[in-house]
Design a protein around this ligand. Structure first.
Ligand code: CTP
Ligand code: MN
Ligand code: MN
Ligand code: MN
Length: 403
């Protein structure tokens, strides 16, 4: 079964931050299978399993061509027993891995619990814990949630109200349109401010689940307290359907940046739902309105939004606007490079970079700073390139951080 002669030898370093991972993926069948199992583990808060699947997925994403032979996998890092089993199952009964199906993946995909977790965590403001609590109460659809009389917080209410829109991918053109609005408002509050598109769009992704912006100002300190003003201006101009602004808590934290939990940061930030006006005739995201979500599969053909129609009384297809999740983050210029690096992602790339820093360099990396444990000092950086250099890593540009 293992064809030694035809085996391709891939040389892949073990940390994702040592690799160049573009959006061109030659192993989508395998990576989608592993990604589903990772997502399922995340939704069930099985963090160790989730990370193991994410690492395997990322190794396959980094390969320069499709895996066609099990021997191709020899010597690859991060492929644990379970991931290998999935990969093998995915090719069972066929010459190539292409049309394989792993029964574990299919069983998971079709399980009631997975489907319910997906639907419920698809509500903005609902995480794995809340979804699990609801499922244990017998709530697994949006209708059941509404009928349950459960108290929803403001984020969840907004999430439910804009459920359909928020589960539609956001196109780059929509991100740019929002960027124009944000830029105008930010500059009116703080002239000279710098606004950068971050997250998946900075990595070159054509779509995203939200739009992320990082804001700073060349003069340290001028950025303090910016977001409450920006948020209230955006709100008064009718651009915000929901917002929650949190002030910077970095300086007052007593645990110090080096001890911040690995993926938390303390920047001033605003999590919002943006109201994006669309040109007449523009199809939203250019994607079909129906999706494969559980709610749409009910046989009464009712719309996915629980109320049936939007609060403005129009069918979503005839509205002139859509809701989009937007994250705004503000960093002082002295921390800008760290914030930029930390908020560009991908999430796995970031996690691997912090792991590399800790395990290989005895350093502690966060979105605020880089601390050298041996020298007992913070290492300054004015650019992402300098951070990679401090860490002894080859510079990887955003478009190659799609691990
Ligand atoms: N991030 C973070 N702290 C948060 C939320 C996000 O540091 N509380 C970071 C993530 O680690 C990631 C980046 O911000 O590097 C963007 O996060 P997110 O928007 O969730 O993901 P994207 O990569 O932008 O993917 P998508 O297109 O789905 O939005
Ligand atoms: Mn994003
Ligand atoms: Mn995401
Ligand atoms: Mn985000």
């Amino acid at each position: 079964q293992i064809n030694e002669a035809a085996a391709v030898v891939f040389s892949v370093p073990s940390y994702a931050c040592q690799r160049r991972t573009t959006l061109q993926n030659h192993n989508t069948v395998l990576t989608e299978a592993l990604s589903l199992l990772a997502e399922n583990a995340e939704l069930n808060e099985e963090d160790g399993r989730a990370i193991a699947f994410r690492r395997s997925e990322a190794v396959l994403k980094a390969l320069p061509k499709a895996v066609t032979n099990l021997a191709d996998l020899r010597g690859l890092p991060c492929l644990g027993e379970h991931s290998l089993k999935i990969i093998k199952a995915s090719r069972k009964g066929c010459d190539v891995l292409k049309d394989g199906v792993s029964s574990e993946v299919e069983t998971t995909r079709q399980s009631d619990r997975y489907k319910a977790l997906k639907v419920l965590t698809g509500i903005f403001g609902v995480g794995a814990k809340t979804a699990d609590r609801w499922i244990k109460m017998g709530i697994s659809t949006l209708h059941q949630l509404q009928a349950s009389g459960e108290t929803l917080n403001q984020a969840q209410q907004a999430g439910l109200e804009h459920y359909e829109d928020l589960n539609q991918p956001v196109a780059k053109a929509e991100a740019d349109a929002i960027g124009d609005v944000v830029q105008k408002v930010v500059l009116s509050v703080l002239p000279g401010a710098l606004i950068t598109l971050i997250g998946g769009f900075r990595r070159g992704k054509p779509t995203g689940h939200d739009v992320d912006f990082l804001i700073t100002h060349p003069e340290e300190g001028r950025e303090v307290g910016l977001l409450p003003k920006v948020a209230s201006l955006l709100k008064s101009q009718g651009f915000l359907l929901y917002q929650k602004t949190t002030r910077n808590s970095y300086l007052e934290s007593d645990d110090g940046p080096a001890r911040l939990s690995s993926n938390m940061d303390r920047f001033e930030r605003c999590f919002s739902i943006f109201k994006l006006e669309m040109n007449p005739g523009t199809t939203r995201s250019g994607t079909p309105r129906s999706s494969s979500r559980t709610e749409s599969q009910s046989d009464d053909h009712s719309p996915q939004t629980p109320g049936g129609v939007h609060e403005n009384g129009l069918d979503s297809r005839r509205r002139s606007w859509r809701a989009v999740r937007v994250d705004l983050v503000v960093s002082p210029i002295s921390q800008f490079a760290f914030a930029l690096l930390g908020w560009t992602g991908s999430k796995l790339f970031e996690r691997e970079m912090r792991r590399w820093a800790g395990h290989e360099k005895a350093m502690s990396l966060s979105s605020h700073a880089l601390y050298d444990t041996k020298q007992r000092r913070y290492l300054r950086a004015a650019s992402e390139e300098e951070i990679f250099a401090h860490l002894g890593l080859e510079y990887i540009p955003p478009s190659e951080r799609n691990a």
